[in-house]
Design a protein around this ligand. Structure first.
Ligand code: DI6
Ligand code: FE
Length: 402
């Protein structure tokens, strides 16, 4: 099916114009791809001759479909009681050391059935889709044994089949030390490397992640996880420098990481490593806000180095229980001083790069026909409003979804 979409004001995020703006724009999609994007006045007659269906978008603003490139959507339970403790002054790290935190969610997740995990994650994912998310990354990391990690990754795959979204799955076995490995972190890392190979053989893994932190895994342990991933040909990502500077970013960049995520405590040497490796910086303002952090990531240095910056929800029950990617656009601007255009690039083209995807994130010929139609006059409103959802329509793979 060849479809003509007219009367669009397009933020293509491609080309030299701010926002890649096309004032009186049109798009032609053919099956799941864009065949042509540009000013309506330039529509080529030979393509118009083949159009089978037409849609008038009524002068609405059109952007690429949104991409949430860092989520922990599959888990059971929630941790609002820990939120209350944090408000009383107990530190997130102390809750984790006392057996709460990630381990509390691991216990709840192990106790849930795969069907329950699917239903819980589907309910969460629908909130993201309602704001125009067309691609989402989902990490495991709340199972921490082979059976439950596998179940969580199968749930992620099934979400991509049953809900209207493309899912990329990331194995985060090295998220926390499970209780049965207390005092034996190196043995646990060996187990993670072994499970990784099995999960990959079952087609459940698109990338590998780890939590390199004082309360997570050391750089030496993280290196072992990355060596195992590289041996399997899997790309890596890293939760790096969230609570302290471990030099984890430099390590991840040795392995040409797709992205380093969080980065509040990133050093200049870390920035330079990212520049050299072409690694994307994924900033997570929800976690920064929720933990009431005060040291923001070094945005000026990242910008100066030309490091692509992505933005994501980091949805998880402990440090970022948000299901609004639009809210993260606003927070990326207010808390991290991104421009609204940088923020939109952060949930489209740069988020795609953070997932190793090069077929989406901009509206140009050859890319996927994934786009959002918004009830706004200017794309900067996506970062300006908070708690308002101006989404009118989603087109994914060339088909109207909502
Ligand atoms: N960093 C985070 O912010 C989340 N995971 C991670 O490695 C927190 C996960 C949790 O507290 O449940
Ligand atoms: Fe995370």
């Amino acid at each position: 099916m060849t479809v003509l979409w007219t009367n669009a004001r397009i933020a293509s995020l491609s080309g030299p114009a701010p926002w890649g703006w096309i004032e009186q724009g049109a798009l032609i999609s053919q099956a799941e791809r864009l065949l042509w994007v540009g000013p309506a006045a330039d529509l080529p007659a030979e393509l118009l001759a083949n159009v089978e269906q037409r849609h008038d978008l009524g002068g609405a603003v059109v952007t690429p479909g949104l991409i949430d490139c860092h989520t922990h959507l599959v888990y059971a339970g929630q941790r609002s009681a820990e939120f209350e403790q944090c408000l009383q002054g107990v530190a997130y790290e102390d809750i984790a050391r006392a057996g709460g935190g990630i381990r509390a969610t691991v216990a709840a997740t192990r106790a849930a059935s795969e069907t329950e995990l699917f239903e819980l994650a589907a309910r969460r994912l629908r909130y993201l889709l309602a704001e125009g998310v067309t691609t989402v990354e989902i990490k495991s990391g709340y199972g921490l044994n082979l059976a439950t990690e596998a179940a969580c990754l199968r749930v992620a795959r099934r979400l991509g089949v049953e809900l209207d979204v493309e899912v990329r799955s990331t194995f985060l076995g090295a998220h926390a030390l499970p209780p049965e490995f207390t005092g034996r972190p190196d043995d646990y890392v060996s187990a993670v490397c072994d499970w990784m190979a099995r999960l990959h053989a079952d087609g459940l893994v698109d990338a590998v992640d780890a939590f390199c932190e004082g309360i997570g895994f050391t750089p030496a342990q993280t290196r072992r996880v990355f060596e195992a991933a590289s041996a399997l040909g899997l790309p890596v990502k890293l939760h790096a420098e969230q609570l302290s500077d471990q030099g984890a970013t430099q390590l991840a960049c040795e392995f040409k990481a797709l992205s380093c995520d969080h980065l509040e405590h990133l050093s200049l040497a870390g920035v330079q490593a990212m520049v050299a490796a072409g690694t994307v910086a994924v900033l997570l303002p929800g976690a920064y806000y929720f933990l009431r952090e005060t040291q923001a990531p070094p945005v000026d240095a990242l910008r100066a180095g030309g490091v692509p910056i992505a933005i994501s929800t980091d949805h998880n029950p402990g440090t970022s229980p948000t299901l609004s990617l639009l809210l993260m656009l606003n927070m990326a601007c207010t808390l991290f001083r991104l421009t609204p255009e940088e923020a939109l690039r952060g949930v489209t083209v740069n988020a795609a790069q953070a997932l190793g995807l090069h077929d989406r994130g901009q509206l140009v010929a050859g890319q996927r026909a994934d786009f959002c139609v918004w009830d706004i006059e200017h794309p900067n409103e996506l970062a300006y409003f908070f708690g308002r959802n101006p989404l009118r329509q989603v087109v994914r793979a060339g088909v109207i979804r909502t």
